[in-house]
Design a protein around this ligand. Sequence first.
Ligand code: ARG
Length: 465
Amino acid sequence: MKLWAGRFSKEADERVNDFNSSIRFDCRMFAQDITGSMAHAQMLADQGIIAADDARKIREGLAGILEDLKSGALAFDPQAEDIHMFVEQELTRRIGDAGKRLHTARSRNDQVALDLRLYLREEILQIQALISELLETLVSLAKEHLNTIMPGYTHLQRAQPITLAHHFMAYANMLMRDMGRLKDAASRMEECPLGCGALAGVTYPIDREATAAALGFSRPMANSLDGVSDRDYAVELCCAFALLMTHLSRFSEEIILWCSWEFKFIELDDAFATGSSIMPQKKNPDVTELIRGKTGRVTGDLVTLLTMMKGIPLAYNKDMQEDKESIFDAVDTVKLCLRTFTPMLRTMRVLKENMRTAAAKGFLNATDCADYLTKKGVPFRDAYKVTGSLVAQCIEKGLTLETLPLEDYQKAHPLFDETIYPAIALDTCVSCRTSQGGPAPSSVEKQIALAEAFLQGCQKEENHG
Ligand code: ARG
């Protein structure tokens, strides 16, 4: 029998029941639902809206339900419409009339808006911890590879030499911004929707400041219509997730390339690679391919949320029940990916020699050759042209800029002398790129120091939080 049986003369069609029900996915918010109800019941009693004794019974009953759901002694009823109905019905079954007073001055509309915020706030903390772990891994790998020279690319064509540390720190910086976006999203979840009621507040003397504080929010939401009808916090969070996944996906794509025979820059640990059912020689980077693939999923979750919200009038509409599967999927996917990606990265073997050999081929020092002339007073555009002709000569003769005879250099420009050779040596090309943010070990060390300070800041926040 439905709660609203009084208004209806028929039971709901079974198909409508199943279609309408969200318990199979919103059951994961049971702890948050109970926490919210406990705070609400306490406030109702403190304000004299329900009797203190009823509030006590409610809180004890809810605590028992929480324990039984956690232990598995109580199972979710798949017939229930949602987690909110389920908990309330179970409470009333357990404690009788007092249970029927819990929903005074509340609607499922403010209840669900509260539960989702409480749930997501906790998930954000877990995901931030996982990103921190990845950041720490990147920082320690960067320290190890300050002098591991590799080709830097544009258009996937060898461009200029960099180091693996420099490459890792590029991702570290993206991840630090991802952390910032999560923090930002969390800061906008600091307002509590409880007490907004169905849409138009309530007629009881509730204390929204008290429930907001009891549930760890900074303040109540200022407008009751807004409080029950926006899901911008979930959209914003999902957007941060989609960006984070996009970063992981680009990194994954590079790792896929790096462990191909064409590159052979790294070798994945056997525990983080997979084989083929038919080709005995194969060692496949499935983990990174899955991350690349799952990025599409999280972007899809974001698009679902945005599209779901864009045409619904204020205030609550049932469309909004669709928010949960998307944001839960995004949360689960991000956690799964981070949990696998970090140890995969930590255990992969870097084939330094192959990286160096690749950096030595492909005229990555051509810019340095042009810079050599520029520093002797030749305008850069002229120096660029001269170097271009030298590269063409090298290609024709099967030489590199390092092996091209000095007389060829001097024919191209009289300012060349024997100092050109040390100037275009691979190690020089990297160690001279000392500009802020560049690949020289001294520059990367500064980038590492900034990342370490960032991680320390996160640690401090965690300890205070
Ligand atoms: N299960 C619902 C949801 O997730 C809870 C809110 C229901 N409110 C309502 N007025 N039917 O959106």
